[in-house]
Design a protein around this ligand. Structure first.
Ligand SMILES: [Zn+2]
Ligand SMILES: [Zn+2]
Length: 333
């Protein structure tokens, strides 16, 4: 099969590799669409020891099952492979399983390839009316769906009309904004500092997108979701969250700084770390996409997998206005 192979920092080669081989309980999926994630970028730059070269990256995928009784069925892939047996998994938090694996992270090869092997339990069937482009967005949006759900569970339920500020107009931030709106929060504002990205995001009718200069000291929010995760965004989060409010932190930008712990203590602000999604969140996100509850999802740019190396370079150099680039392998006959 053809694959985009990560060979070392800033080096991706489109080349022939041995076909993916499904193990017991797994399906072989012919990949049709696969998004580039911030974590793929992190690996591409050589900053992720869990993703040593040579490795096939990519975990935001959709495609067709190849072979077996479900041959040809269209699916979205949940890339998180958990044991499903430990107490953490049985409590419904498979995303925290100690034995957790993810495709594109050693030892599982990822989906920047014509074929990927994945446990049958990790597949969600896609109805005919839903495009595989939208299906490939299930994974990045599920991260925001999960964070939004955790926020709802923590927020004081006497707040009848909560307001939410989302930090960052990448796919994580956009997915979180659309998710929290679909979950019933009407007043959603997304902060994006890059004017080119901001112009692009104007096409998403569901969300109000602002720049930093539009954030004023007299407007505060019940909920802040940080989809970036740097000291600078955490500082904004703690400054603009209302007393008794909730901050959900999704981004993995840097590890320290930004939080005003004194203010958070005196104002009883809840801080939630959130990572990926549970199986239930993933499935609920897929259903929200099927039911058109997350808008048109027209904020992607599509390119060929064979030109994937250039796409990574463009993202690294800040040349992309779309929050998500989706790569497409040539579909096998
Ligand atoms: Zn991702
Ligand atoms: Zn487990």
């Amino acid at each position: 099969m053809k694959a985009l192979l990560y060979m070392g920092p800033k080096q991706l080669d489109y080349q022939d590799v041995p076909d993916a081989v499904p193990q017991e309980g797994e399906e072989l999926v012919c990949v049709s669409h696969v998004g580039i994630c911030g974590s793929d970028m992190h690996a591409y730059l050589g900053h992720d020891e869990r993703r040593p070269a040579p490795l096939i990256l990519g975990h935001e995928a959709a495609g067709f099952i190849q072979g077996g009784e479900n041959d040809g069925k269209r699916v979205a892939i949940n890339p998180l492979v958990s044991c499903l047996k430990c107490s953490v998994c049985l409590s419904g938090r498979e995303n925290l399983c100690a034995k957790r694996q993810i495709i594109s992270m050693f030892p599982r090869e990822g989906a920047f390839a014509e074929l990927v092997a994945i446990p049958r339990n990790n597949l969600v069937f896609i109805p005919d009316h839903v495009s595989l482009t939208k299906a490939a967005l299930t994974e990045p949006i599920a991260c925001g769906w999960h964070a939004s759900r955790m926020v709802q569970e923590s927020l004081d339920n006497s707040i009848t009309k909560p307001s939410a500020l989302i930090l960052g107009g990448g796919a994580i931030g956009v997915g979180a904004a659309l998710s929290i709106k679909a979950q019933g929060v009407q007043n959603v504002t997304l902060l994006e500092t890059n004017p080119v990205r901001r112009d692009y995001l104007a096409r998403i009718r569901e969300i109000n997108v602002i720049g930093l200069n539009e954030l004023t000291d007299n407007i505060m929010f019940d909920i802040v979701i940080d989809g970036v995760g740097f000291a600078g965004t955490r500082e904004v989060a703690t400054k603009y969250v209302l007393p008794g409010g909730v901050i959900a932190h999704i981004g993995l930008g840097d590890n320290e700084g930004g939080l005003d712990i004194r203010r958070m203590t005196l104002q009883e602000i809840t801080f939630i770390g959130t990572y990926t999604y549970t199986q239930k969140d993933f499935n609920q996100t897929a259903i929200a996409i099927f039911d058109d509850r997350l808008g048109e999802l027209n904020w992607v740019e599509k390119r060929s997998l064979s030109e994937g190396a250039q796409a990574f370079k463009d993202i690294y150099e800040g040349q992309c206005s779309a929050p998500k680039i989706i790569l497409q392998p040539e579909i096998l006959p």
